[in-house]
Design a protein. Structure first.
Length: 154
């Protein structure tokens, strides 16, 4: 089973961004931790980061047919990335949205996620451990179309 881990704009500079919001781990460290965790769970983890919405969409379109689920931190596209949202919907896979910071405890514009209505669930404010939790959850839920309380079969 393959899980896609997708990181949106500015997440390539994790570790250098405001550490009180985003933590001290670099993106490479987070991706490597997820690959190791995936190996323990028997899951292949394929990570991708881009600062460009179109490149994220191209990745979703080309890789989703071979994948069982998606973990995505869309960065600021969370709040306005409608084309990315459409691509995630079209992928037809269970998606978990992850935010390092608690987007509900920040500026008003961050409190609305246009991605949230089409995902199976969202983890916000738990730092890098949010990705680890999402991977554990997808490992158990990705194969069952409507698994989990509140799931709508996505
Ligand atoms: C973020 C929150 C977004 O509002 C912000 O634009 C990011 C990171 C997070 O992980 O907390 O780039 O998605």
């Amino acid at each position: 089973m393959k899980i896609l881990v997708i990181h949106g704009p500015n997440l390539n500079v994790l570790g250098k961004r405001d550490q009180s919001l985003y933590g001290s781990k670099s993106l490479a460290e987070i991706d490597s931790m997820l690959r190791e965790q995936g190996a323990e769970l028997g899951i292949e983890v394929t990570s991708f980061q881009s600062n460009h919405e179109g490149a994220l969409i191209d990745f979703v379109q080309s890789e989703s047919p071979q994948a069982a689920g998606i973990i995505i931190n869309p960065g600021a596209l969370t709040h306005y990335g409608l084309s990315l949202r459409d691509a995630l919907t079209d992928a037809g896979l269970p998606v978990i949205e992850v935010h390092l910071s608690n987007i509900y405890a920040r500026e008003e514009f961050r409190r609305k996620s246009i991605i949230a209505p089409i995902v199976r669930g969202q983890i916000s404010g738990l730092g890098w451990q949010g990705y680890a939790a999402a991977l554990r959850i997808l490992a158990t839920q990705a194969c069952s179309p409507a698994a989990g309380p509140g799931a709508k079969g996505r």
